[in-house]
Write a protein that binds this ligand. Sequence first.
Ligand code: SAM
Ligand code: SF4
Ligand code: SF4
Length: 339
Amino acid sequence: MTTERVTDTRGRALRDLRISVTDRCNFRCSYCMPKEVFGARHRFMSRRDLLSFEEITRLARLFVDAGVRKLRLTGGEPLLRRDLERLVEMLARIDGVEDISLTTNGSLLTVAKARALRDAGLERITVSLDSVDDTTFQSMNDVGFPVEPVLVAIDNADAAGLRPVKINMVVKRGLNDDGIVDMAARFRGTGHIVRFIEFMDVGASNGWRLDDVVPAREIIARIDAVYPLEPANPNYRGEVARRWRYRDGAGEVGVITSVTQAFCGTCTRARLSAEGKIYTCLFATEGTDFRRLLREGASDAQLATAIAGLWSRRADRYSELRHQATVALPKIEMSYIGG
Ligand code: SAM
Ligand code: SF4
Ligand code: SF4
């Protein structure tokens, strides 16, 4: 059975699947996995809780049948999952997949790993880096990890042909916003694309306050004052980042405006957690357990029906509705659901 082009209650197609391959991470970024919550006593998923590569691939294939064209591997830190390139290779063999990408903190991205991922079929990579200032970066990842190896990881991705490398910087007022222009300066003219992300109220443990958000228009104004920018058209409908080009031709930057300019109207993303729950919104409070269906022996047709049913009932538009009461909802953590 094919469920091609299923749409949700707001007419949005299903086009992207973000796959979290682990809930573990070797960083403790304060806005994502604060140490007070993800400390020594936190219980991560056990090995048998995690979907196997075969289970992930089977689900991904059924999501592709339902309309998905792009897959992104994330986490936690996806490179902590052993032999990730084997999963990439399995996913790349699915008919209809147009793009496979990965988001990583870069700490484990050696030249050999970048090449293996590329050879397996990975097309693009996003490396997260919140500051080019060592002191700020070390305090934000909260495990004292320095900037330099992340810069090397970006070079490794580039050398392996995973270009253009995208670099994600989450901007939090008073923490790293004084480094916005330095970040832009560091990557201007390199071909890499920095994307500045408004600090979001994902999960329930990062102590989010609206005052901590630096609005995208302010981010752009600060860069523009030093390196003049002009808006650029989206590469495709539903592109998450708004693009801005340097007027002198030194490349582009993006801003992800989840808080100040919601983009729910074009959101075509589903998320698969490492233990096999599907979430139809980053800010969901509940997921649908596909691991149970898989392990109870559901047929492809039954799984396809479950996917189509879930998507056709979808009404999510959290960012459009965000207010103080929604911030306090018991949302699923970012490290679990995958960014
Ligand atoms: N560990 C990998 C990494 O950091 O790239 C992949 C997972 S991480 C959850 C994916 C992305 O989500 C990262 O770029 C991270 O900076 C971003 N992120 C995490 N928490 C966030 C928050 N509260 N607001 C905005 N972005 C956030
Ligand atoms: Fe780990 Fe990525 Fe979350 Fe930082 S943002 S704690 S690197 S999962
Ligand atoms: Fe999509 Fe939910 Fe984010 Fe809106 S809030 S853009 S529906 S993930």
